[in-house]
Design a protein around this ligand. Sequence first.
Ligand SMILES: Nc1nc2c(ncn2[C@@H]2O[C@H](COP(=O)(O)OP(=O)(O)OP(=O)(O)O)[C@@H](O)[C@H]2O)c(=O)[nH]1
Ligand SMILES: [Mg+2]
Length: 463
Amino acid sequence: MNLTGVSAVRAPTKMRTISQTLPFITRCAAIAKGFETGHRTDFSVEAEKAVLVSVDLPKRPWPTDDPCDEIRGLAEAAGARVVGELTQKRHEIHLATYIGSGKVGELKELVEASDADVVIFDNDLHPAQGRNLEKALGVKVLDRSELILDIFATRARTLESRLQVELAQLEYSLPRLKNMWTHLSRQKGGGIGLRGPGETQLEEDRRLAGKRIGDLKQKIAEVQGRKEREVKSRREEFTVSLVGYTNAGKSRLMNTLTKADVFVKNQLFSTLDTRTRQWHIPDFGKVLLSDTVGFIRDLPHHLVASFKATLEEARQAKLLLHVVDASNPQAERHIEAVNAVLKELDCDKNPILLVLNKIDAVADRTALDVLRADHPKAVAVSGLTGEGIDTLTATVVEMLSKDFVEAEVVASTSNGKAIAYLNAHAEIFRQDYRGEEVVFRCVLPRHLVHHVQATGATVTAGK
Ligand SMILES: Nc1nc2c(ncn2[C@@H]2O[C@H](COP(=O)(O)OP(=O)(O)OP(=O)(O)O)[C@@H](O)[C@H]2O)c(=O)[nH]1
Ligand SMILES: [Mg+2]
């Protein structure tokens, strides 16, 4: 059988191992919650056989000649085994089923032939479309946002990220409740204007879901407040955040720079929680480096909103290192997608240094030259081999140093506060005693000048 656009069945992919501890608890909670509220929270695809569908639309064209590349990575990251793929180019979506009826027939054949348990769309479906497709295909149908939410749900480890994911999932599901119950009440013979059981249930579900959303928002606000205070307390430090597309190599770079041992894996969304480590730069000092959650194109909006607390470090960082996998043919698109999320998070005003990573793995040197030409200020490195790390370090120092001032500070010898402050935050070249006074010649972070002045010391800049 030769089905147009259907790729050969792929070899089985490896099963998820890292998320096997938490998902069970998370899922039980999700299922219990779904049971309580009557809405579908089972986005899970772990260990399921999946058929992928990608639709090319004028507004959302395929980025590569392998249209399922990214959704395949996502499905595998969620633990699914990809058993088939189907693609279609359309001018506009089919209102009822997203893809045309002929294609639905083809998809059904593929699902049956491959004995698939789930169909995953690379596009976002309207709830009614998902439902119609499920009816026609006889298997669970998920869209891209649901899949991303599932990955986040199974990877969330800290209380903070679990709260954030639950909120995103609930907010995603809430507008879908109505459709679901309208559908059921129609099945039960209820009609417009009739307050059938579905309608009562819908109200009850909405109330429960709304209450839970309120509780979650309050808890997240508490976490966010704590986090903001914690991050602000580090404002006297040099804070640098690694941001970038998922799988760009942020965690590997963090390990290379700080000799840390954070989790690195060739899969999408390995990191969900921000980790901060000290990075000692010789002749400069201590920098606090944070590794953050990766971004992806079309990241579900609710997820971005709820992950603001996790990204607080990035929001308040003095410098962002935007890491991009330069060996990926989609590097330029990844840069655009990351910039869009940074904008949404209000991080785009922070100084940003683009880091072209994985240069050891670049097969097409011309593509790298194009990237370099388009981003002349970018630094090319390999987190794996260490190539370019010295240049990266020097550039970071240069960018952070812009915020420095050479100064002469005069303090009373009894001003222990000023002396301790300078010892902690300044690079001191000379220290002379003049009677009751001590004179420091030092380099001081510009934003700390007023803190030194507040101790009663006199600061004369530019000496
Ligand atoms: N060849 C090569 N591979 C690299 C390099 N840096 C990272 N990798 C690999 O790329 C994969 C992803 O690396 P991570 O550091 O986990 O990527 P990440 O950006 O933290 O990914 P998420 O946390 O999922 O967003 C791993 O298999 C790494 O070993 C590099 O410089 N060269
Ligand atoms: Mg990571």
